[in-house]
Write a protein that binds this ligand. Structure first.
Ligand code: ABF
Length: 236
């Protein structure tokens, strides 16, 4: 499954493989999106096929749903599952309080709904994702296409009163056209540099009409499994 991996891919793979051991028979499990989560889905698929693991997965994107089905995982919707035992997902940044920036892959809305509907959320990440302060990675926010430029202006105006370094909000593009999420929305990436108070920022951003959700995951993650390029894994 792995062949010869670069150190970064090895770090993602070992974190995903270790986290897959948390999945037990009979569980309903949220399956994240992104390259680290894709390793998880492949590992779980192997455990289903070779070890007889039986669980049902709720994917957080169409990409993950396709991969999960391909590797033999039983896929159900969140409404069928109603509540989940566990969600395992990647992240763009995590800090020492296990607060996160997510959404670099554009799936933050489903990811947040699924993680919030879980007894436990485990993040899998390579060691480079750990930061002292969140915000070097642009913070994604999902916005309704209608009037997105007005929303962008309101967001930038709001940032003036917040404890952040940068203020710029750029529309995420997919080549020549705006990126479209699974829900048909757009993404604004906020170039903040450093977020002084992530909890407050998450609340304030979500008050703006036109904003659907932001990529700050505060008090949602319970554990992080960190992979290193030399194959070591740390669970915190
Ligand atoms: C998802 O994938 C996102 O929330 C996050 O943006 C991204 C991390 O991607 P990767 O695992 O490819 O670094 O979990």
């Amino acid at each position: 499954m792995t062949g010869e991996l670069s150190p970064i891919d090895k770090a993602k793979f070992v974190a995903a493989k270790r986290a897959a051991d948390f999945v037990e028979n009979g569980m309903r499990v949220g399956l994240g999106t992104g390259s680290t989560a894709a390793w998880l889905v492949r590992c779980l698929g192997e455990m289903v096929r070779e070890d007889g693991l039986q669980f049902r997965g709720v994917p957080t994107s169409t990409r993950t749903a396709e991969l999960a089905r391909e590797v033999g995982i039983e896929v159900i919707s969140l409404d069928e599952a109603k509540w989940l035992d566990l969600t395992i997902d990647g992240a763009d940044e995590f800090d020492s309080d296990l607060n996160l920036i997510k959404g670099g892959g554009g799936a933050l809305l489903q990811e947040k709904i699924v993680a919030t509907a879980s007894d436990q959320m485990i993040v899998i990440a390579d060691a480079a994702k750990e930061v002292e302060n969140l915000g070097a990675f642009p913070l994604p926010i999902e916005v309704i296409p209608f009037g997105w430029q007005t929303t962008q202006a309101l967001v930038e105006e709001t940032l003036v009163s917040m404890d952040v370094m940068g203020r710029k909000a750029t529309l995420r593009m997919n080549g020549q056209v705006p990126f479209v999420t699974d829900e048909g929305n757009h993404i604004l990436d906020l170039h903040l540099g450093r977020i002084g108070n992530p909890r407050q920022l998450a609340l304030v951003i979500n008050q703006i009409p036109g904003v659907v959700e932001n990529g700050l995951f505060i008090d949602i993650c319970d554990q992080v499994v960190i992979g290193f390029g030399d194959g070591r894994v740390e669970v915190r």
